[in-house]
Write a protein that binds this ligand. Structure first.
Ligand code: RIB
Ligand code: CA
Length: 311
């Protein structure tokens, strides 16, 4: 079975970093490119973090192309209180020596999808500004993409606000464009990803993974000191990557998702209707996560990556 080609649009970000480790270490996936967006921290930092992660993990041949610094219309927000000012928690990776790619993320996304219609899956684990701009620039990307999987949204409660998840709330207009573009969005939301908590048992296994554990994984997941036997920081973004590796991990249900852009208290809410009411679904929404198998997958892949990082 050939590896699934993917482009990851991200805002590293603690959980973005753990998602990149998973994607890089999985033989089921081939990363064609990383594109960055402002989100958890500003674009300069998310891009620098992506460049540092690329070299630390050893996928220097994969282009990293920066994109949008902020939202289409809204003023910028960030999640530095979660990810730290650097964006990678307590991880201090060596400075990147390899250069960022020329050009803009939106053009990279459009041209990569154009060059291989039906072959490349776009994975968005940050605000959807780059994806929306790609759709606006070249609507055919919705036909060329093999699929679009996002970490974002929630059909229950938010994390940025009671109603909205961060990636959507950071750029609701972009999300509305993406969900209204005619493709079927695979939405892995907080309803699923909140289950991906780094417990003490998980952290203990990460700690034993050499430099990958001590220099990246633990400084990331241990940043707030909230790891306990029963709970810890949820590594949301890794759920989107895990879904692509093993689609049996997350149950998906068809729904119509509308993004609230006008609500005073609900801006960025993904209003999710599983009842459809005669409408064509625009999304497949994650509803359950097999947590045990999720962690089995991640820790197996991380152990393999750890060996390559030691070399
Ligand atoms: O709500 C979780 C999402 O917001 C993740 O992508 C995290 O990195 C932040 O961007
Ligand atoms: Ca993210």
């Amino acid at each position: 079975m050939p590896a699934q080609k993917i482009v990851i649009d991200c805002d590293p970000g603690i959980d973005d970093a753990l998602a990149l480790v998973l994607a890089h270490g999985s033989p089921e996936l081939e990363i064609l490119g990383i594109t960055t967006v402002g989100g958890n921290v500003d674009l300069a930092r998310t891009t620098d973090n992506a460049l540092r992660l690329r070299e630390f993990l050893g996928f220097g041949g994969v282009p990293v192309t920066p994109g949008s610094a902020g939202a289409l219309l809204r003023s910028r927000v960030n999640a530095a209180e979660v990810h730290g000012d650097s964006g990678l928690g307590g991880a201090l990776l060596p400075p990147a020596t390899l250069p960022v790619a020329a050009g803009h993320a939106v053009d990279f996304i459009v041209e990569t999808l154009r060059a291989a219609p039906g072959e490349v899956t776009l994975v968005a684990i940050g605000p959807l500004t780059n994806v929306a701009l790609a759709v606006l620039k070249e609507p055919r990307v919705t036909e060329w993409a093999r699929g679009l999987t996002i970490l974002g949204g929630s059909y229950t409660r938010g994390n940025f606000s009671p109603a909205a998840e961060f990636n959507i709330a950071a750029d609701p207009e972009a999300a509305a464009i993406v969900f209204g573009a005619g493709w079927t969005v695979t939405m892995i939301g907080l309803d699923v990803s909140r289950g991906a908590m780094t417990t003490r048992a998980v952290a203990d296994r990460m700690e034993a993974m050499g430099r990958l554990g001590t220099e990246l994984l633990i400084p990331c997941v241990g940043f707030h000191g909230t790891i306990t036997a029963d709970g810890g920081p949820a590594i949301h973004d890794a759920c989107a990557i895990a879904h692509l590796i093993d689609p049996s991990l997350i149950t998906l249900e068809p729904a119509v998702v509308d993004v609230e852009t006008a609500g005073r208290f609900t801006s960025g809410m993904t209003v999710t209707d599983f009842a459809l009411r005669g409408r064509t679904p625009n999304a497949l929404v994650g509803t359950t996560l097999d947590t045990d198998r999720f962690w089995d997958l991640l820790l197996d892949v991380y152990a393999r990556v750890a060996e390559s990082v030691e070399r």
